[in-house]
Design a protein. Sequence first.
Length: 387
Amino acid sequence: MESKAAARERFDSARDELIALSHRIHANPELGFEEEKASTWLCESLDSVGFTVEKGICDLPTAFRARAGSGPLHIAICAEYDCLPDIGHACGHNIIAASAVGAAVATAKVADDLGLTISVIGTPAEEVGNASGKILMLERGAFDGVHAAMMVHPAPFDMLRAKLIAASMFEVHCTGKEAHAAAFPELGINAADALTIAQTAIGLLRQHILSSDRIHGIITNGGAAPNVIPAHTSAKYVVRSETLDRLAELRPRVYRCFEAGGLATGATVEIIGGDKPYAEMNHDEDIAALYRKNSEDLGRPFPKMGEWESRPTGSTDMGNVSRAMPSIHPMIGINSLPAANHQPEFTAHCITPDADKALIDGAIAMAWTCIDLATHPAVRDRLIAHP
Ligand SMILES: [Zn+2]
Ligand SMILES: [Zn+2]
């Protein structure tokens, strides 16, 4: 098919630059909403090949949108580029960002011939767990007029439809009263005890939740000195369930565990966030089937899922995008086992030849899928009819 060959040829001419871009982002990890360098480099790269670039959209300095073509079918490729605290690009968002640019550049080559508009939507802060880039950008109109969205995400192995569940991150702040821990403990109100009780209550709650639910967190402040009764403590927790509806039932039960800590100790407990959760991912069947074929044509088949059919693999704000428009979020393998996402060993894998190959295959498979969406009349009509 001529368009696919042309798109591939266009990608190949940019390939070395895109691999360098992926490695540069990897070498300069930036936390969510602070991705100044990455967003600038991505915008420069798209601008230099003729995309119309708007940076700092939606009141988010590191968000952007870059557009090429002017056809009636508008497809967006989402780019993520934030890292994790302490362990850098342990989720491989450098690969996501570079493959998004590569897919868009390749598709742009044939966009007008096929009646396509192609956008890269630069979405900050995927790792924050609440009120993240895509959620705020959906609210603020960045996806308006887009008919379908896609991205690829690195993982140890390829998965077309990973089970990505709903999630909600919130902070807890406990306030008690300082006192000398040995001389006048009766004057203190122990805010660290409030968190200990909460953690005990959450441990007991685990008997009564579904096996697909997840509750996990860290203490971000446990007190200042062992000889001062802690007056200020804090924690960050994430609650996950298969769906937003199920999450809405579970989350208040976890909140009550923290309230129990306050009740028992007399500390005041404040819960912040959790108000803009990640939705579960709905993989669009038509787009996923086309992506599968393109991935297979590139010599990248999808292995049998086995236990991963039903096992949650994480959460993403792409789930919120998938509620707003037909979307896919294939996981692209970088052959990293036993290392997996969110481990420093995975960080090291995200610039290997296998990682670069994932960038290349992901970009071409997405570009070819965009071409399929534009040229398969039934799918095209369905997408355009979508509000
Ligand atoms: Zn991650
Ligand atoms: Zn990720």
